[in-house]
Design a protein around this ligand. Structure first.
Ligand SMILES: [Zn+2]
Length: 221
């Protein structure tokens, strides 16, 4: 067993320095009596990584817009990507800051930004990028934001139902634009629709585990 001469204590495990006074220990190392604890999933670290990635994506999209500004056909995607990423963070921030009316706030945000994009599209000679790219990307970002919110925060059952409804609504809107033939490329709308279905399944799965956990606790299983 290792020993700290300063504190006059024996120390289990293979501490090179005394955990009390951090002086070098002497003697042979004994096997640690504590079980090895696996690294815990850190929400803060995940959020930070997501945040840094978002900043990088936004900067990259701005750089790309600057570089390819002459080719106007491809610019719709680039324009919409940073709007989507920004919207996602606004929704998450909204959820973390003031817990009430997140669903309503999300709808207002998406509708407002899509309207601004439609106007922008109209002013620059209608190319349809606002409905083809901006609308599905904004809806998809909001769906991802709702998933992050549900993952990070404790959500009540009522809110959970509201979020599920909102996921369906956000998935249906671009599908609606697609059905009306207002989009030039069906892929973004289709991806958003699929994402909405996946998110809905994930939301129900997450809740299912919650319910199971609650039942197990109550019934002492
Ligand atoms: Zn010591």
């Amino acid at each position: 067993m290792r020993r700290c001469t300063g504190c006059a204590v024996d120390i289990e495990g293979d501490w090179a320095r005394c955990p009390l006074c951090s002086a070098p220990t002497t003697g042979e190392a004994a096997p640690s009596p504590l079980p090895a604890v696996p690294l815990e999933f850190s929400r803060r670290r995940v959020l930070r990584a997501l945040f840094l990635t978002s900043i990088a994506v936004i900067l990259a999209s701005f750089t790309a817009q600057l570089l390819f500004s002459r080719d106007l056909d491809g610019i719709g995607v680039l324009r919409s990507v940073w709007l989507g990423v920004s919207a996602m963070w606004l929704v998450v921030l909204m959820a973390v800051r003031k817990r009430r009316n997140v669903a309503k706030g999300t709808v207002y945000l998406v509708v407002l930004v899509v309207l601004v994009c439609v106007y922008w599209d109209y002013l620059t000679g209608w190319r349809g990028w606002s409905l083809t790219y901006a609308a599905p990307i904004l809806c998809a970002s909001s769906i991802i934001a709702l998933l992050i919110t549900v993952r990070v925060m404790r959500i009540e059952v009522g809110e959970h139902i509201l979020y599920s409804g909102l996921t369906v609504l956000l998935g249906l809107a671009p599908i609606g634009f697609l059905a009306f033939g207002w989009v030039t490329d069906p892929l973004p709308s289709a991806i958003c629709g699929i994402l909405s279905v996946v998110a809905l399944v994930l939301l129900q799965l997450g809740r299912g585990q919650d319910v199971q956990h609650e039942l197990a606790k109550r019934l002492h299983l």
